[in-house]
Design a protein around this ligand. Structure first.
Ligand code: PYR
Length: 359
């Protein structure tokens, strides 16, 4: 081929390639950072942010590079809202209820005692008013929220002594994630909001009497069974926990529509993957914990009933004192009421039947 026809052919090939190239390749190179509230060792919960970062990277051909930083690396676990609000980092990955001290509505986006299970909460976010209401709320903090994973129903945690009645909760120094502390405090406990990385040491040293984190897979990794033998269920304060990605609004609004769509798709991938990993990994971990001597016990009915009552009293108080809460919780509660009714039929009956069968 002579030089002229080579140039001509290359020109045509170039035009064809440009025409075929997806618009995303015309997007700018970007670097973002995610401040996680979790330690890297917990590959389920921390790992959701990795799933997000990898998805964004691969969907943009490597142009949009997101790095994930474990708790303490850029800022302490519980400072990530301030980090995103001020724009110090573009994103955070966290459990919303850690920030209930700013406003109790944070907790509704994550978990509230006797709240919705994982399926129901995701339904509220993707097809109910959840995303709309939480997005409106978070705008006050310069945050655009995205789904960031769910743990499913959690275990109730590790206790040195048996919990036979609500009397055994009184005075108990109990590590519990965020907002549930408000209910436990009402029941006489002394709640401690401690980040994952410090729970084992606090329980071992006796600074606290009991601790909950998430469930078998993570709890085994944290070694909580080595410092307290009684493993209670369920974590009635976390019938499921929705994790969130928080995005600084200026950073998000500066993205092209393509990048915004990619961020949303990546968050959904992280959300589904997180729940799948917990469900897949918890059974083997529970067997290992039992084999290592954990005594697995249900919370007594009296404790469940009293906890439910205390929770409803806390919500009735918040309905009066916090208008933001009333607005979001009213919608949440109505949605939950219908979900609980529906789940009693097909899903509930099916699950109950299956749990009594031999497979
Ligand atoms: C907790 O902090 O308890 C969680 O479940 C993440």
């Amino acid at each position: 081929m002579d030089r002229r026809s080579m140039l001509k052919n290359a020109g045509i090939a170039g035009v064809l390639a440009a025409a075929a190239a997806p618009a995303v390749h015309a997007q700018p190179a970007l670097r973002w950072r995610i401040a996680s509230s979790f330690p890297k060792s917990l590959d389920t919960i921390y790992g959701s942010a990795d799933v997000f970062a990898n998805a964004v990277k691969s969907m943009t051909g490597g142009k949009f590079d997101v790095s994930v930083h474990q708790a303490g690396e850029l800022m302490p676990a519980f400072n990530v809202v301030d980090g995103v609000q001020s724009g110090t980092v573009e994103m955070a990955h966290t459990a919303p209820y850690y920030f209930f001290g700013k406003n109790e509505v944070f907790a509704i986006g994550g978990a509230i005692p006797f709240g919705m299970n994982s399926r129901q909460l995701t339904a509220w976010m993707v097809d109910g008013n959840g995303t709309k209401l939480m997005t409106e709320f978070y705008a006050k903090y310069n945050i655009v929220p995205m789904l960031g994973g769910n743990t499913g129903a959690q275990m109730g945690g590790w206790f040195r002594k048996e919990v036979k009645t609500t009397e055994d909760i009184k005075g108990l120094k109990f590590r519990v994630g965020g907002f549930a502390g408000k209910v436990l405090e009402k029941m006489g406990a002394v709640p401690q909001n401690i980040p994952a990385g410090e729970i084992y040491q606090s329980l071992e040293k006796g600074t606290i009497d009991a601790a909950e984190w998430i469930g078998p897979y993570d709890d085994l990794k944290l070694g909580l069974n080595k410092v307290a033998p009684f493993y209670y269920y369920p974590g009635w304060w976390e019938g499921s926990l929705n994790l969130s990605f928080y995005i600084n609004d200026k950073a998000f609004n500066s993205l092209s529509n393509e990048y915004k769509a990619i961020v949303k798709a990546a968050a959904h991938e992280a959300h589904v993957t997180c729940q799948g990993r917990y469900d897949a990994r918890n059974p083997a971990a529970l067997k290992q914990l039992v084999a290592a001597g954990a005594k697995v016990l249900p919370f007594p009915q009296q404790v469940m009933d009293a906890s439910f009552k205390a929770s409803m009293e806390v919500y009735a108080g918040l309905d009066k004192s916090n208008p933001d809460w009333k607005k979001v919780y009213t919608d949440y509660r109505n949605f939950q009421r219908d979900q609980v009714l529906w789940f009693r039929f097909a899903e509930g009956r099916f699950d109950n039947f299956m749990s009594t069968q031999k497979l």
